[in-house]
Design a protein around this ligand. Structure first.
Ligand code: SAJ
Length: 416
C-alpha cells in the first residue's frame, strides 16, 4: 500500500502508540486518536504518557508525520488498539472495541481497511465488528483483519519490529493488504491465516504461558512441603532439551495473561477445565504468599509489613491486574499495617512511598513482590530502622546469604 495513505490508530496505549510511531516513522501519515484529552495534549506537546525503552526515539522520528486528536477522522486504514477488559463474571468486555468500530463506521469509505490489534474472542471480527462497520451501508466494500500484537512490555519496541506475526483476514485480500502495512516496520516473518484462527492463536499463546506458570506455582507449593528448592529443581529440569518450565511467583498480573485465557474458557463447550484450573492456581498465589508471611509473623502482635514492588512485573510502571493489590488487601484484612514502595508505579489505589528507607521504619517484614532491578541494589546492612528483621521474597530475587549475614530471617517462595 502506498505510503501516501493515511492510517488512523484508535487507542494510544502500550500497543497503539508504538504502532502509530512505527507507521509514521516508516513514512505513513498517521492520525493518533484517544478519548483521553490529557493524553492527547501531552502527545501534542511532544511528551510521552508512559515509559517504554526505545519509544522516545521512534516517537521523535514519527512526530512530523503524526496528528493527535480526540476525534476520529477519515483515513484509508484504521487500526483498533483499544483495551478489552473482562466483566465481573469473566466475559470479554467488548465495549471499547464496539465503540471504536462504531466511530469508524461514521467515516468509513468504500475500499478502506480496518485492522484489529486488540485481543478479542474467536469470531469477534466477523460476527461483532464487521456488522457494526457495515451498519450504515450493507454493500460497502470493507477489508477487515486481526493482527494481534505479540510484544512484551519492557521490550515492546524491539519485539514489535523483530517478532514474527500472524495476520488473519476475513478474506485473502484483507490479510494481504494488512501484511503490506505491517511489513513497513516488521522485520520478522508475517504469516497469513483467517481472522478467527488469528484470534484463537493469540489467545492460546497467552494461555500456554499462563498454564506453564501455574505448573511452576504448583511446584513451588509442592517444594515448600517437601522442603526442597523449587528454583534449583526447575533450573535442573530445564536442562532437558524438551523441558521449559517457567518461574513461580506471587501470581500472574498484567493485562494479558490474567485476562486472555478467560476468552477461551468462556467458549468451551463442556468447560475448558485445564485453562480454568491454571487461572485458579495462579489466582491462588496472593493468598498463599500472605499465608507464608503470616507464618513468619505469628509471634508478632499487630505487625507492619513493607511491600516492595506493586508493578505486575519487573521494571515496568504498569500495575494492571497486579497480584500485589490482592496481597495488600489480604494483609490489611488481617489487621497488618502495610507500607508500600515502588520506584516506577504512580496513581495506585494505595499510597506509594518513593523513599525506600521510610517504608522500612518500624516494619516487621519486607515482602518482595516485584523483582525490580532497583531492589537488587539495596544493601541489607544499611536497613537499621526495622522492628523485626524478616524478609519474604516471592521472586527468588535477593542474595539470601547477604541478607542473613545482615541479621535477617529470610524466606523464599518455594524454597523452604
Ligand atoms: N510471570 C511469572 N513467571 C514467569 C513469567 C511471568 O510468574 O515465568 C508473571 C509475571 O510476573 C507477570 C505475568 O506473569 O505478573 C505476565 O508477565 P509476562 O512477562 O509473562 O507477560 P506479559 O503479560 O507482560 O506479556 C504477555 C506476552 N505473552 C507471551 O509471552 C505468550 C507478550 O508476548 C504478549 O504480547 C502480551 O502478553 C500481550 O499483550 O498479550
Amino acid at each position: 500500500m502506498a505510503k501516501n495513505k493515511t492510517i488512523c490508530v484508535l487507542g494510544l496505549g502500550y500497543i497503539g502508540l508504538p504502532t502509530a510511531c512505527f507507521l509514521a516513522s516508516s513514512g505513513y501519515k498517521v492520525i493518533g486518536v484517544d478519548l483521553d484529552k490529557k493524553k492527547i495534549n501531552k502527545l501534542k506537546n511532544k511528551q510521552l504518557p508512559f515509559e517504554e525503552p526505545g519509544l522516545q526515539k521512534i516517537f521523535q522520528k514519527a512526530f512530523k508525520n503524526t496528528n493527535f486528536s480526540v476525534e476520529i477522522q477519515p483515513a484509508d486504514v484504521f487500526i483498533i488498539a483499544v483495551p478489552t477488559p473482562i466483566t465481573n463474571n469473566k466475559k470479554a468486555d467488548l465495549r471499547f472495541v464496539k465503540q471504536a468500530a462504531g466511530d469508524i463506521s461514521r467515516v468509513l469509505k468504500n475500499g478502506n481497511l480496518v485492522i484489529i490489534e486488540s485481543t478479542i474472542p474467536p469470531g469477534t471480527a466477523e460476527r461483532v465488528v464487521l456488522p457494526i462497520l457495515k451498519k450504515k451501508d450493507k454493500n460497502l466494500q470493507v477489508y477487515l483483519s486481526h493482527a494481534p500484537e505479540r510484544a512484551i512490555p519492557g521490550r515492546t519496541i524491539k519485539e514489535m519490529a523483530e517478532n514474527d506475526r500472524i495476520i488473519g483476514g476475513i478474506d485473502n485480500k484483507s490479510a494481504e493488504l494488512t501484511k503490506l502495512i505491517y511489513s513497513s516496520f516488521v522485520k520478522g516473518k508475517i504469516y497469513l491465516t483467517n481472522a478467527t484462527t488469528a484470534e484463537f492463536v493469540k489467545l492460546i499463546e497467552n494461555s500456554f504461558r499462563d498454564i506453564n506458570i501455574a505448573f511452576a506455582n504448583e511446584l513451588a507449593k509442592l517444594c515448600d512441603n517437601i522442603h526442597i528448592n523449587v528454583w534449583e529443581a526447575i533450573k535442573l529440569a530445564n536442562l532437558h532439551p524438551r523441558v521449559n518450565i517457567h518461574l513461580p511467583g506471587p501470581g500472574v498480573g498484567g493485562h494479558c495473561l490474567a485476562i486472555d485465557p478467560w476468552f477461551l474458557i468462556k467458549r468451551g463447550v463442556n468447560g475448558t477445565k485445564f485453562i480454568k484450573l491454571a487461572r485458579n492456581i495462579n489466582d491462588s498465589m496472593p493468598d498463599y504468599v500472605v499465608g507464608r508471611v503470616a507464618e513468619m509473623l505469628k509471634e508478632i502482635k499487630k505487625p507492619t509489613v513493607t511491600i516492595l514492588g506493586v508493578a505486575y512485573k519487573a521494571d515496568v510502571d504498569d500495575w494492571r491486574e497486579t497480584p500485589a493489590l490482592k496481597i495488600i488487601k489480604l494483609a490489611k484484612k488481617k489487621g497488618w499495617q502495610v507500607e508500600i514502595h515502588d520506584p516506577y508505579v504512580n496513581d495506585f489505589p494505595y499510597k506509594i512511598e518513593k523513599d525506600f528507607k521510610k517504608t522500612t521504619k518500624g516494619s516487621d517484614c519486607i515482602v518482595l513482590i516485584t523483582d525490580h532491578d532497583f531492589y537488587k541494589t539495596i544493601n541489607p546492612l544499611e536497613i537499621k530502622n526495622m522492628r523485626e528483621k524478616n524478609i519474604f521474597d516471592a521472586r527468588n530475587s535477593i542474595n539470601e546469604q547477604k541478607w542473613q549475614k545482615a541479621g535477617f530471617k529470610t524466606k523464599i517462595l518455594g524454597k523452604d
